[in-house]
Design a protein around this ligand. Structure first.
Ligand code: G6D
Length: 347
């Protein structure tokens, strides 16, 4: 269980706060390796064994930390691997109402996305600890009262744990000194073959309903059945369907009684990923293509390169009383516990 920390001087990046930029990695007994940077508490790569035991990187990542900095500066990040907050997803009318007070959030044409202009994906997080026995890395971020317009001083923590059962456990926690809203998630892009496309992947989603959205991709407040829609993955279906039905960027509502919530397998690598979570929904996002990024050496991606499973509460929940509540009282603990479990293909 090697733990390696490579310190990268941040002064050349001139970030808001004084934390040093680091790349941290942990390995389990099977050689699976997780690499994290404290820039946005980002997952840079996750290597797990394929059907032949060969380590395969299943999380899309870039070649160097400088690449992430450049991506951020050039505003083409697409939140690659990043921790998202204070509120993941979209919020309507650029505002939320807490205790009868309106808080104006950063927005573009009324839409606030993924925590705003400088959300948690643009921040340098503190490294709390690396636990070599638990194979976990803990990072934290302090979001000041009215940062991006949100009320309350919010202490945020993410714990990444790579178990000896080849599970990646991602736990987000947050606590505020004032009543506020919070919805955190991770924006990793998964490709279980480690390159090319996900159109050979087979997906099963235990989601019978999805959120209707308007032209701005904002929830209307109505949830609908997935029957006869492109969101119907109740029985395993190959993702080459994306070529005819188009990409997906929508909120799917989990069937509470089913677990795991998501099962996805790749034919080429023979890797299966199962997702367990305490969250009520997932934003599934399958971009048609990637920007011109500098991927890890020797890695190339093509049409429909990867899929995001952003396990979270409903987008815009603060503005829809019929959605699960996104409000937390002062001193109340918020927790998003999601487990991405990797094994040899079995669907
Ligand atoms: C687009 O609508 C999508 C988001 O869901 C995604 O997170 C982002 O691109 C990368 O805005």
């Amino acid at each position: 269980m090697k733990t390696k920390t490579r310190r990268i001087k941040q002064k050349s990046y001139g970030f808001h706060n004084q934390n040093e930029l680091l790349i941290l990695s942990i390995k389990n007994d099977h050689g699976a390796r997780l690499r994290i940077t404290n820039f946005a508490a980002t997952i840079m790569s996750l290597e797990v064994p394929d059907k032949n035991g060969k380590l395969t990187n299943v999380v899309v990542g870039l070649d160097s930390l400088q690449d992430y900095i450049n991506m951020s500066r050039n505003k083409v990040s697409k939140y690659l691997g990043a921790s998202i907050g204070r509120y993941a997803g979209r919020i309507s009318n650029g505002k939320i109402r807490v205790n009868d007070h309106n808080y104006i959030l950063y927005n573009e044409k009324g839409v606030h996305l993924h925590g705003g202009k400088n959300g948690f994906d643009e921040r340098v997080w503190e490294v709390d600890y690396i636990d070599e026995d638990e194979l976990s890395i803990s990072l934290s971020y302090f979001s000041e009262h009215l940062e991006e317009g949100y009320p309350g001083n919010l202490r945020v923590k993410v714990i990444y744990q790579l178990t000896n059962d080849n599970e990646l456990k991602i736990t987000y926690q947050a606590i505020s000194d004032q009543d506020t809203v919070v919805n955190l998630t991770n924006h990793a892009y998964y490709n279980l073959n480690g390159n090319n496309t996900i159109t050979d992947h087979v997906l099963q989603l235990h989601c019978s309903r999805y959120l209707e959205v308007d032209a701005k991709q904002l929830p209307t407040g109505v949830d609908k059945s997935i029957v006869d829609t492109k969101f119907d993955f109740c029985i395993p279906k190959k993702l080459n369907v994306l070529k005819t039905k188009g990409s997906i960027d929508d909120t799917l509502i989990f069937d509470p009684e089913k677990d795991p919530k998501i099962i996805i397998s790749a034919e080429e690598s023979g890797i299966t990923m199962k997702v367990h979570t305490n969250q009520p929904s997932v934003v599934m996002y399958t971009p048609e293509e990637f920007p011109d990024w500098n991927f890890r050496k020797g890695t190339f991606y093509h049409k429909f390169p990867a899929v995001c499973f952003e396990t979270q509460n409903y987008p815009d929940a603060p503005n829809h009383n019929n959605f699960p509540s996104a409000f937390i009282k002062a001193g109340e603990l918020y927790e998003n516990r999601s487990v991405f479990s990797f094994s040899k293909k079995d669907i």
